[in-house]
Design a protein around this ligand. Structure first.
Ligand code: F3S
Length: 754
């Protein structure tokens, strides 16, 4: 299952490539730069690339895909004209599994409910040489960390929390399915050379503070946009004191500040984790490359000279944090929660505490949370909130069951869900959520956007460490501060919870009976992949039309989205996950979560042809039927959140031609480009205010579309008055070819035919 030949090849060429890059740049290199410069695509000349400016072609070592995004990625790959994937690739069945009763029951129900999709993913994997992780095997990022991530490697994954593998010193980047298709087809994978944010960790975590608190603190400092276009590189004595899985948690949640990825340099914690997960050979190989797998020494001496931004955090002084509600960057230290919650009117009773997920279900996390649960049992405390556990992999679940932790959680009333995403992605059939009652939950996941967990917009979700979730679930109060507060037990005694304790790795080693992995067929040519023509879950793709060479004119405004418009607002998850492999059906959720700037309602926009208001997808389908192009207008950081390309394919499929916003989230902007859409930003942000509900857009100079050249759009208002709006873009030559061909895939297929 584990590919040590691949790692040998990467390490075999890395020293030489790093040396050449150092000479070219004529300065010491950070760790991220060493990996980036040693993964240039074969046709990419070595240059001094401008961070945040130059597009560079890379050759990642691996691809990982989760079931919800893999469907569209593989449907696209099937159209690429290739027989097998060019790099080792894997599919992980995790997002489609609902959490309702408990793990085993839910898994069996979900297997049946999604049989068609799982069978499709299994057969495509089998045919094209892709490793297949069955439903129940675990969550993509945990499985990747346990099996595939390696120091110095570079991978992409069709999920925004792919950076989790940075905990093992790998550059791992979340992308859309179309990017996965590029890499699997052996094409160069393009990325704007990221900027570098250095985070220097001094001191040492202690007491109740966990690795999660480091990223919660960083999120509070940087905000959800602060890491955009950058790699966050952690270093310092504090970094070395963290476990590899703790580092994974921090890198995982770098996605919440918009970072391209996050990374730690190779150290002994990684060596220990590699050995514990059966990769002694990799640990040994990496051990011999220590100098290459860390920044050059001068970087540590003078970090402000080499990073674009530098943050310093003293772990000895760091407090546990709770971030939320509704946004992961609203950071509140546990000692301030009493006053902050009161000021904001957040409900103080916590209905559910949830631990686990890809972010926080390492052996260390679970053992530390269990140490708190055990104290509750021993001290006669009953959990006041419901409590659930979502293990990240079957290996973790099997091992924590063997070591008695699941038993401890069950004694305090805990319920174990399947090794899958479940409540983290709206796949939580939470009883009563449809009543939309205001309530508070606390979890150790990474995201807490409105409706993300249970579909209820009034659920206030707070993100924190698993140990604090456990303590809060026992107390039942959001403002419980375990460092200073006491609890009353069944006998009426005042008791205090001691700080958590745990084990970095299982003393008896990891164990598992069936990890849930399936190798692909040796010869896939005879494997049949079938998609029923009447399926409502899967639909073979038709190529999008190429650009006709004319200016887009007479385009109607579909929606002007106000404020936060994440990919969850553009293409909602939850129940819609079932249509991820059927473009026409999933398009019925287009922008239904976005707030219309003119009436502050979601999924209610004006149809300019009838003057009536209707649901966004219905109004758009009406324009499409009449062959009328449309434009979406948005605010800052449009498309923040997940990497799902459905958020770009849906508007493309339904006939939207351009998205004009104040600023984009990186992955979504690229996804729009890949699907042949125009992704544009207002030159003057205030022009967003000029756009009115009945506006029509005429592009003036699209025939002169060129890198670095502004475009002009004439905006015609209902009273006949006009505004001329300048819009910017970040398309390079290649991306303009995608636009002209109708999509990046159209171009790949054409090249494969030639
Ligand atoms: Fe799954 Fe949530 Fe992680 S959806 S991959 S557990 S962020």
């Amino acid at each position: 299952m584990f590919d040590s030949d691949l790692i040998e090849k990467v390490y075999g060429q890395m020293s030489e490539r790093v040396k050449k890059a150092r000479q070219k740049l004529n300065r010491p290199l950070t760790y991220a730069e060493k990996i980036l410069y040693s993964h240039l695509y074969e046709t990419q000349p070595l240059e001094t690339f401008k961070r945040g400016g130059d597009y560079v072609d890379f050759a990642p070592d691996r691809v990982a895909m989760q079931d919800a995004t893999a469907q569209m990625a593989l449907l696209q790959f099937m159209n690429s004209g290739k027989d097998t994937t060019a790099v080792p690739s894997t599919v992980h069945c995790d997002h489609l599994i609902q959490a309702q009763v408990e793990g085993k029951t839910d898994l069996s129900v979900s297997r049946n409910a999604n049989k068609e999709v799982f069978d499709f993913l299994e057969s495509v994997s089998n045919k094209y040489g892709i490793g297949f992780w069955k439903p129940g095997a675990g969550i993509i990022h945990q499985v990747v960390l346990e099996n595939y991530a390696f120091p110095g490697g570079m991978m992409i994954g069709t999920d925004s929390h792919t950076p989790n593998a940075g905990g093992l010193g790998m550059i791992a980047i979340g992308v859309g399915g179309a990017d996965a298709v590029d890499v699997m087809a052996g094409m160069p994978w393009e990325l704007k050379m990221p900027k570098l944010i250095g985070v220097k960790l001094t001191g040492k975590l202690n007491g109740w503070t966990a690795p999660k608190d480091i990223i919660l603190k960083v999120a509070g400092i940087l905000s959800v946009k602060g890491g955009t276009g950058a790699i966050i590189e952690y270093f310092g004595e504090g970094a070395e004191s963290l476990s590899a899985t703790g580092k994974g948690t921090i890198c995982n949640m770098g996605a919440e500040v918009g970072a391209t990825t996050s990374i730690f340099a190779f150290d002994e914690s990684m060596q220990r984790y590699l050995k514990a997960t059966g990769r002694e050979k990799v640990a040994e190989m990496a051990g011999k490359m220590k100098d290459i797998l860390s920044p050059d020494p001068e970087i540590y001496e003078n970090p402000e000279k080499y990073y674009d931004q530098l943050i310093e955090i003293n772990l000895s002084e760091l407090e546990p944090h709770l971030n939320g509600p509704f946004t992961p960057d609203l950071a509140t230290p546990v000692s301030k929660m009493k006053e902050t919650a009161k000021e904001n009117g957040w409900p103080l009773d916590v209905s559910v505490g949830l631990i686990g997920s890809c972010t926080n279900s390492s052996y260390e996390d679970i053992s530390r949370a269990a140490s708190i649960a055990k104290q509750a049992v021993d001290k006669g405390l009953k959990a006041k909130s419901e409590f659930t556990i979502t293990p990240g992999s079957e290996q973790v679940r099997y091992t924590i069951e063997r070591d008695g932790y699941i038993g401890i959680f069950e004694q305090m009333g805990g319920k174990v869900f399947a090794n899958a995403c479940g409540p983290c992605i709206g796949q939580w059939a939470r009883p009563g959520a449809d009543k939309n009652e205001k309530n508070t939950i606390v979890h150790s996941f990474n995201r807490n956007f409105s409706k993300r967990n249970d579909g209820n917009p009034n659920t206030h979700a707070f993100v924190t460490s698993p140990e604090l979730v456990t303590a809060i679930a026992i107390s039942g109060r959001l403002d419980f501060d375990p460092i200073n507060d006491t609890l009353t037990n069944e006998k009426g005694e005042e008791v205090k919870l001691d700080a958590p304790t745990g084990f970095e790795l299982p003393v008896k080693g990891f164990d598992v009976k069936d990890a849930g992995y399936q190798n692909p067929a040796e010869d896939g040519s005879k494997v049949e992949v079938s998609v029923a023509p009447d399926s409502d879950r899967l639909q073979l793709l038709e190529p999008f039309d190429p650009w006709d060479g004319k200016n887009i004119t007479g385009a109607k405004l579909l929606i002007k989205a106000l404020g936060k418009c994440t990919t969850d607002h553009i293409s909602m998850a939850g129940p819609w996950l079932r249509f991820r492999g059927h473009l026409d059906n999933i398009s019925n959720n287009l922008l239904i979560g976005a707030e219309n700037a003119y009436n502050n309602e979601s999924n209610n926009v004006k149809n300019q042809l009838t003057g009536e208001y209707g649901k966004v997808p219905d109004v758009q389908r009406d324009y499409k039927e009449k062959n009328i192009p449309t434009v979406i207008v948005g605010d800052h950081n449009y498309g923040e959140g997940s990497s799902r390309e459905h958020a770009a394919m849906e508007p493309r499929h339904l006939g939207v031609r351009a998205v004009i916003v104040k600023s984009f989230a990186r992955i979504h902007e690229t996804n729009l480009k890949k699907q042949g859409m125009l992704a544009l930003t207002f030159d003057n942000e205030n022009d967003y205010g000029l756009i009115q509900e009945d506006d029509t857009f005429n592009f003036v100079d699209l025939n002169e579309f060129a890198p670095g050249k502004q475009l002009s759009v004439e905006v015609v208002h209902a009273d006949g008055s006009k505004d001329s709006v300048k819009v910017n873009h970040t398309y390079n030559e290649q991306q303009i070819k995608w636009f002209k061909a109708g999509s990046a895939l159209n171009l790949i297929r054409k090249q494969n035919k030639n």
